[in-house]
Design a protein around this ligand. Structure first.
Ligand code: AMP
Length: 328
């Protein structure tokens, strides 16, 4: 992080606190098909608000994700029409680049929207947009907010645990680019709140024999393009046979990362219910988000998502990815 980031954040965080104080009813949102950072930033923000303003009515709706719920995060809440229409509320949306990726479509009913994100700001949908696309996790921004409040506010070990989960998830255990000194300092402060770090890692990296079987299948069925893109495809039938959900097909996308001669990795999973193919693109050597945005997606330079209407589009996507020049 740069010095100028902290100056800007200082101002933005003052506004966040003022808005939290102003509204008695608050919704914390995360993006669809939630990952660690989506859950972590949402639940970290929710928990911080409840810890410090117990009388406020704060909600955390969204899709669930059986890989993380209930061992790391609680089931999301259902927020009904009656709640939405009862009166003005503040929406705090974390880790979500575009309105299309917000879990519930109630955002336009919110009185005031705060966007806290670390994706390129292609859709500044907030009344206040706190967006730093070179910060490794949205949870790091929420953690900075919580850590930089005055002593009269608490950061509980529960809130810290959620935020740490988001940071570990999106940084690949502090491995991916954009991990920097600030990331580690924030992580250290979160650990110092006293949650059980070993228990956290046991839960986060718990594996089942089923995981091993799917990984085996993915390793055996990964193909490599002439330009060094490793890719695998899971059909609806594959997912059913191996008992995985469409959102879980991407879990193995990093298996070939770092292998000599591999410059990008791609997972493609059929989502029969939505009638599309979900694609995840990853690279530590080239920018993948340009290709993702060509195929109804977007994301970070090194990690993006896209959607194919038909598998016939995959060869062109792979050719496009092969054609992206190497950064290093
Ligand atoms: P995924 O492969 O779905 O895990 O996505 C990788 C990263 O790209 C995550 O940070 C997502 O939030 C982001 N992403 C995925 N799809 C989109 C999209 N349609 N627009 C913007 N960002 C996206």
């Amino acid at each position: 992080m740069e010095k100028s980031d902290f100056k800007r954040l200082h101002n933005e965080f003052k506004q966040v606190l003022a808005k939290i104080k102003q509204y008695d009813r608050i919704i914390c949102f995360r993006h669809v098909i939630p990952d660690y950072d989506a859950f972590g930033s949402q639940m970290g923000m929710y928990t911080w608000i409840k810890d410090n303003f117990p009388n406020k009515d704060v909600r955390y709706p969204g899709e669930t994700n059986r890989s993380f719920v209930p061992s790391l995060f609680p089931e999301p809440e259902v927020v009904d029409e009656e709640w939405i229409n009862r009166g003005p509320f503040l929406a705090i949306v974390t880790d979500t680049a575009t309105t299309a990726r917000i879990s519930a479509s109630v955002i336009d009913k919110a009185d005031y929207v705060i966007k806290i994100d670390h994706h390129p700001n292609v859709d500044p949908y907030g009344n206040l947009n706190i967006v730093y696309d070179h910060i490794v996790a949205a949870s790091q921004i929420v953690a900075l907010f919580a850590l930089s409040r005055s002593r009269k506010y608490v950061l509980s070990s529960k809130a810290a645990y959620y935020l740490y989960a988001g940071m570990v998830g999106d940084s690949g255990r502090f491995l991916y680019p954009d991990t920097d000194g600030a990331t580690l300092r924030v992580a250290a402060d979160l650990i110092d709140t006293g949650f059980d770090l070993q228990d956290f890692y046991d839960r986060m990296y718990a594996k089942t024999l089923k995981d091993v079987e799917v990984r085996k299948y993915v390793l055996n069925n990964t193909k490599i393009t002439p330009g060094g893109t490793a890719y695998y495809t899971l059909t609806d039938e594959d997912c059913k046979r191996m008992d995985i959900l469409p959102g879980e097909g991407k879990i193995y996308v990093n298996e070939f990362r770092g292998v000599e001669g591999i410059y990008a990795t791609v997972s493609t999973t059929e989502d029969a219910q939505a009638g599309v193919w979900r694609v995840s693109l990853r690279s530590n050597r080239k920018k993948v988000n340009g290709v993702a945005s060509k195929y109804r997606g977007g994301g970070h330079e090194g990690a993006s998502g896209a959607t194919l209407e038909s598998l016939d589009e995959l060869p062109q996507l792979l050719a496009d990815l092969d054609a992206v020049p190497l950064d290093r």
